[in-house]
Design a binder for this molecule. Sequence first.
Ligand code: GLP
Length: 251
Amino acid sequence: MTEVIIVKNSEQAGAIYARCVADLIIQKPNAVLGLATGSSPLTAYQALASLVHQESIDVSQVHGYALDEYIGLPLAHPQSYHATIQRTVTEPLGLNPEYVHVPGDALQGAPLSDGERIAQAGPNYDKAIQQAGGIDVQILGIGTDGHVGFNEPGSSLASGTRVKTLAEQTRIDNTRFFDNDISQVPTHCITQGIGTILKARHVILLAFGESKAEAIAQTVEGGISSFCPASALQLHAHATIIVDEKAASLL
Ligand code: GLP
């Protein structure tokens, strides 16, 4: 079932995510969280960190699995998703860094020509998620073209975690994080697949602003199609889409 919640702003959305995840951790101290980068989840992480501290919630057993990562950036590069998750989630929440995983970690130092390592990284990541018990709550943002993680339009709706080339438009969109110099933007990424995301027990997708309105309309009311990868959430048993009025304007 896909439920849509329309809120006034990202703070309200963040508060809904935070309460849901805080209650989960209270009931299940070794909960497994699916983590995303991008600007959309930031207020949700801030709200969760506040609840964790205000209510002294024990997060020492919580595990985290990030959605995606660039390939070719050192872990410490400020734009690597490894560093971003550490800065926005692991540190503010006080998670054990050893329990927080990013799919590119296994590929550090691997040249793209190392076919064996590249081919195994995705399936190994999916295996690790399942061995941890599967993701309880997966948070997601959405691209203006309906992409989730780095699953661009055309991605198989059954895909697992895998290495992909980045779409040219996504590289152009992301030059703003790399001194507006496209030559610094990595050419490849590793991303959880749509099939991986659909295995999470609960998915919470957040979208704010007019630029997301078309993608949200396609996701919620369009046909299920790889042209809008997020539309696969219609197949999910428990997907919550939290949007502000602008992102909901075409519904
Ligand atoms: C990138 C990320 C996605 C994210 C999207 C939207 O492409 N790989 O995971 O959802 O951007 O980002 P934002 O939330 O900043 O709009």
